[in-house]
Design a protein. Structure first.
Length: 481
């Protein structure tokens, strides 16, 4: 992608390139859709006559598909132009949305969600790779901050938006509402989109592609079974997934010596990228764990409606997103450590605060702790994306973004599985000892938050090890011209 970058004047450093803004808008639409279904589970159960476990698959299948498709996205994005990648990703997403809106039975709805997720899985690496290619190094923090705004606000708005739409009518409205918006974004995006760099013709190793799909898919599915309280089957799929991923890793190491690997693992030999990746995954685990536990706590134990829950948790998500640009500018000025270390400490403190949840904890306290967690994640995510990706040479950007995306899906599944398994095991044990169901579930939630807090302490240790900036002298020289 070199030629495209060099004719961009340095004056553009002052504002976000149009191609990145278009990709951010499209990514916002597809990610908003990911959390729209959270409130729709009861309505789906009633409308399509399915059990709660089956209805949960609208989320599980989405996550599974993301984990399976993202590893192949690095190879795919090297073969196509920016416009082609955008058109394919949004076209697939639109097709999936239309299938969901018209689905007469649950299996067809599930197929639609899988098709949607395949489009979404390409958008994130496409956005990251394009951003790293067209934005000068000294300006990446600010631009990545704008990306964080879109990526963070979308999941925060999802439950509240779906709560409002579900007040108006059927769950189908969730997809009907997204369809024209996504269509308009696709149409205007393609009119304005410019190609960045030239596609590279490369072959794909199908053994690697199948191993990545089965390995990461099995791992995420196994972890989701723990979340659905089926640990025995979960262990089988986790072991099978881990074994297949081991084969995949060995295959990539061999291909690195003889040809083009599907996912270039030399990215992981970069210390800065690997540290940033570890921090991002732990942060994702903490965020998804709290996103699962807090609605359960507020709805099952405190009696709030899904809409009230969404509105209570919305300020934290909005704060995270709106702080993104400010954090990005601070990163450009100060580097990563003054932001990431306080962010990691704030994450631990907020999770520690949630270990004290009770049947009478004031709502303002829940809102405050959740806002602290989201602000802390905002202070870490933007610098970590920028620092981690910036530490890689340009030819590894597609591989770095696909590794980031894949492991974030695995961390999200692990976070969900971990907190639900800990909570359920504790609650079941207490109920068998004669404790009331509500008190047992509350105790289980406290223990789950304790486990999340202990894991989050590791982020402080990793944050201290991070460099403040990437050592890319070559990049600095290029921007000086």
């Amino acid at each position: 992608m070199p030629a495209a970058t060099q004719d961009r004047p340095t004056a553009q450093a002052a504002r976000t390139p149009l191609v990145v803004r278009l990709l951010v808008l499209a990514t916002f639409v597809v990610i908003l859709n990911e959390t729209l279904m959270i409130n729709a589970i009861p309505r789906l159960m009633e409308s399509l006559q399915v059990t709660e476990q089956a209805a949960q698959w609208v989320s599980t299948a989405f996550m599974l598909t993301m984990a399976a498709v993202i590893p192949i996205s690095g190879w795919f994005l090297q073969r196509v132009t920016t416009r082609q990648g955008y058109a394919i990703a949004m076209g697939v997403f639109l097709a999936g949305t239309a299938i969901c809106a018209a689905a007469p039975i649950f299996p067809i709805l599930l197929v639609g969600r899988i098709v949607q997720a395949a489009g979404t899985a390409v958008m994130m690496p496409l956005l990251m790779t394009t951003l790293m290619t067209v934005v000068p190094e000294q300006d990446r923090g600010r631009v990545m901050g704008n990306v964080t705004l879109a990526i963070s606000v979308a999941p925060a708005l999802g439950p509240a938006v779906s709560g409002l739409i579900l007040q108006l009518g059927s769950w189908r409205l969730l997809f009907v509402a997204v369809l024209p918006i996504a269509g308009a974004v696709t149409y205007f995006g393609l009119r304005q989109m410019t190609n960045i760099g030239e596609p590279q013709v490369s072959s794909i190793d199908w053994y690697s592609a199948v191993a990545a799909t089965l390995g990461f898919g099995s791992l995420v599915y196994g972890l989701s079974l723990f979340g659905e309280r089926q640990p025995d089957l979960g262990i089988v799929f986790v072991i099978a997934g881990a074994a297949t991923i081991t084969f995949f890793v060995l295959r990539q190491l061999k291909l690195q010596r003889t040809g083009a690997p599907l996912m270039d693992l030399r990215t992981l030999t970069n210390r800065t990228f690997t540290l940033a990746l570890a921090l991002l995954c732990i942060g994702m685990l903490a965020m998804l764990g709290s996103m699962i536990l807090l609605p359960l706590y507020l709805q099952n134990l405190r009696g709030l409606t899904p809409l009230e829950t969404g509105l209570l948790l919305m300020p934290g998500g909005l704060a995270m997103g709106l702080l993104g640009p400010t954090v990005g500018k601070l990163y450009d000025r100060l580097g990563s450590r003054p932001l990431v270390i306080p962010g990691a400490i704030g994450m631990v403190l907020s999770l520690a605060g949630f270990t004290q949840v009770s049947s009478s904890m004031p709502y303002w306290q829940v809102l405050g702790l959740h806002a602290l967690l989201m602000v802390s994640l905002a202070a870490t995510f933007t610098p970590l994306f920028t620092l981690g990706m910036g530490a890689l040479p340009p030819n590894l950007y597609p591989h770095g973004s696909s590794i980031l995306g894949t492991l974030q899906q695995v961390a999200a599944a692990l976070g969900t599985a971990l907190v639900v398994t800990v909570m359920s095991a504790r609650a079941t044990h207490l109920v068998s000892d004669g404790v009331g169901a509500a008190a047992a579930q509350l105790s289980g939630m406290r223990l789950a938050f304790i486990v999340a807090t202990v894991i989050a302490v590791a982020t402080i240790v990793v944050a201290v090890m991070l460099p403040s900036r990437t050592n890319t002298a070559a990049g600095a020289e290029a921007h000086a011209h």
